[in-house]
Ligand binder design. Structure first.
Ligand code: PRX
Length: 635
């Protein structure tokens, strides 16, 4: 495995150049090295960004679970695959070995089959961070069913939209979940969602909090009973390289969430290769990513990437603040975690608590620290570096997206010199480009533009479920022959990239992507609301928080604004989930609009940022007078 693990900067440049000069040869060599193929490919890559169509390893056949589980049994059967740390710190952690994982996934796969789930069927998974979540994901993959995991913080409305968009036949959930000192009635949310989902015939329910829930006759079944009766042997379905592995929804600039479709072989090869290199993973390491499997970070770097490498991956059910803000460090010490991967919003929240709770614990096991999900600000970077890494563990600031499937721009620890707030260099095989607003590529260093990718990589999403045109319009229409990321970035004097943030109407709040349109649609359903506009503003923990400008209908009735604010956040919680609640709501007499009726968000953004010294030209507005009014009443 000569070119598998990159060890120094010269080697990075060498391998990088090779991967760019002949990407097909490069990825073919990686794919040849360590995976289990039922049949090898006929073509490494076929692509055409104008359609867009991308196919990696066409003709190959495999099952990803054979690569993530079966392949390790001979040498790592007794090794811990999943190390489950429960919400309650007084309960012991569960070590699931590769052999146990094999049996549990097979049993679950047999349950799915017995319930009539077949290759290509969609299964929605709405579970907390318990082992059944990872196991159900793998069980779907074992039989070729397409999993669609919905983060268990989403509301019933958001869940039903996602279930219906991809016609899921089954939902896998639990009686409830623990979240710190609280419990959440997940099954109740599922019941409400399913009132709008006639296609769902079966609900499998895992027991977690042992609450007294309603089981719907003929639809709901206790998972454990079915597992107890199932065989622990299940022959893996043979999948084509390009068969869809999963759908994962992400917010967009328009109302409906986008079901990003990821395929099997390319996704496997890329997540495995990036995992190994970005975390410099070694055989006996204990790797912990704090994300939820409901997000892409959990799919790629809790489940598939680590397991494809035979790693031990920690799954944490709880929250960083329970029983106190030292919980993360307690877990690092207890399990001797070697790689720790989290989000800037968590780092900022923990930094706020000071260092007392950090100093209590021995963090000497740590070798690599990761950051993902949003730009990491300088202060958070230094706090992480000084107090958690003790200046000994490199920080990998990894830039990527649900759509990219795997890490795209990142330092390689102990190889790439890091620089605070910079994601640094493209990963092997990734060809970024910065574009100006006229569609011209900015060549050379010290430039600032819109971030695109010029050439396919194996784990890129292949389409949006049921809407290929939207996939094309969103990602391949802004610049010819380029994948457009929606992010702005700059390249410094040595070629390092710094992500400057979204350039579209997506706002990242606590690391969660939120499209403004779905939130505005929800608010506009309130009977008193005429229209609304959402923008982001800087927040010291969340990175960005949401600022809503709301114009009320003139009903003659005067309502208390405080009550309305509560009702608006209530509607948002019902439609999307609590993560999309607004921090500030300003009632306005109107919204600034262009003559064609488009809301001038640029102005609203400046007001929310408290930066009104230069609002630009407002004379072209249809209603310039509202701007002063909004400024005078800004929150
Ligand atoms: O704006 C970028 C930001 O998160 C977006 C992708 O969000 P999502 O699809 O939810 O995936 C998040 C986890 C991979 C990107 O378009 N983002 C992600 N990582 C970084 C980042 N922004 C700056 N620096 C990062 N390291």
């Amino acid at each position: 495995m000569s070119n598998y693990h990159i060890k120094h900067l010269e080697e990075y440049y060498q391998v990088y150049r090779k991967s760019i000069r002949n990407p097909e040869l490069f990825w073919e060599e990686i794919a040849e090295e360590q995976f289990l193929w039922r049949k090898k490919w006929n073509h490494v890559l076929r692509w055409d960004f104008s359609k867009p169509e991308v196919k990696w390893f066409e003709g190959a056949q495999l099952n990803i679970t054979e690569n993530c589980i079966d392949r390790h049994l001979a040498t790592r059967g007794d090794k811990t695959a999943i190390l489950f740390e429960p919400n309650d710190p007084s309960k012991s952690a569960e070590h699931i070995t590769y052999l146990q994982l094999y049996h549990r996934v097979n049993k679950f796969a047999n349950v799915l089959k017995a319930q009539g789930i077949k290759k290509g069927d969609r299964v929605c998974i709405y579970l907390p961070m318990i082992p059944e979540l990872a196991i159900s994901v793998l069980a779907c993959a074992r039989i070729g069913a397409i999993h669609s995991v919905v983060f268990a913080g989403f509301s019933a409305t958001a869940l039903s939209t996602r279930i219906n968009d991809s016609d899921c036949k089954m939902v896998i959930t639990s009686d409830g979940s623990y979240r710190g000192a609280k419990t959440i009635d997940l099954k109740g949310i599922v019941d409400e969602a399913l009132e709008r989902c006639p296609g769902v015939k079966i609900v499998l329910v895992a027991k977690r909090i042992h609450s007294d829930i309603q089981m719907k006759e003929g639809r709901d079944q206790w998972l454990q009973q079915l597992l107890d009766e199932a065989s622990d042997q299940c022959i893996a379905e043979v999948m084509d390289a390009e068969d869809p592995l999963f759908i994962l929804y992400t917010s967009g600039s328009t109302g409906k969430p986008k079901g990003m479709v990821h395929s099997t072989a390319g996704y496997m090869v890329y997540t495995a290769y990036t995992f190994k290199n970005v975390f410099q993973y070694k055989e006996n390491d204990i790797y912990w990513c704090t994300a939820d499997i409901g997000w892409i970070t959990g799919h790629s770097y809790i489940v598939y990437g680590p397991l494809a490498n035979g790693a031990t991956t920690v799954m944490f059910e709880g929250v960083p603040s329970y029983p106190d803000f030292g919980r993360f460090w307690d877990i690092v010490e207890k399990h001797k975690v070697t790689q720790f991967y989290t989000a800037p919003t968590a780092i900022r929240a923990l930094a706020k608590q000071g260092t007392e709770l950090v100093e209590k614990y021995n963090l000497a096991s740590l070798k690599v620290l990761g950051s993902v999900g949003e730009p990491i600000n300088e202060e958070a970077w230094h706090w992480y570096n000084d107090n958690i890494g003790k200046k000994n563990s490199p920080i990998v600031d990894t830039w990527w997206q649900t759509e990219t499937g795997g890490i795209m721009i990142t330092p390689i620890p102990y190889v790439t010199p890091t620089k605070p707030t910079y994601a640094t260099l493209p990963f092997i095989g990734i060809q970024p480009a910065l574009m100006d607003e006229h569609g011209k590529e900015l060549i050379g260093n010290q430039v600032d533009g819109r971030l695109c990718i010029k050439y396919p990589w194996p784990s890129m999403a292949r389409t949006i479920w049921g809407n290929h045109q939207r996939y094309k319009d969103t990602y391949f229409s802004a610049y010819e022959n380029m994948y457009f990321t929606g992010d702005g970035a700059l390249r410094d004097e040595v070629g390092y990239y710094r992500i400057t943030g979204r350039v579209d109407d997506v706002i990242i709040v606590s690391g969660h992507n939120l499209g403004t349109a779905p939130i505005e649609d929800a608010i506009n359903e309130h009977p008193a609301v005429a229209e609304s506009a959402i923008v982001g503003f800087p927040h010291d923990v969340k990175g960005s928080a949401l600022y809503g400008y709301v114009t009320l209908k003139d009903t003659g009735e005067s309502r208390r604004h405080d009550n309305l604010r509560k009702e608006i956040n209530q509607i948002i919680t019902e439609h999307i989930g609590p993560i999309a609640k607004l921090d500030k709501i300003q009632f306005t007499s109107g919204l600034p609009k262009t003559r064609s009726g488009k809301i001038m968000r640029r102005i609203l953004r400046k007001i929310a940022h408290n930066d009104t010294s230069n609002l630009g030209d407002t004379s072209t507005l249809l209603n310039p007078e509202v701007v002063q009014d909004i400024m005078d009443n800004a929150l």
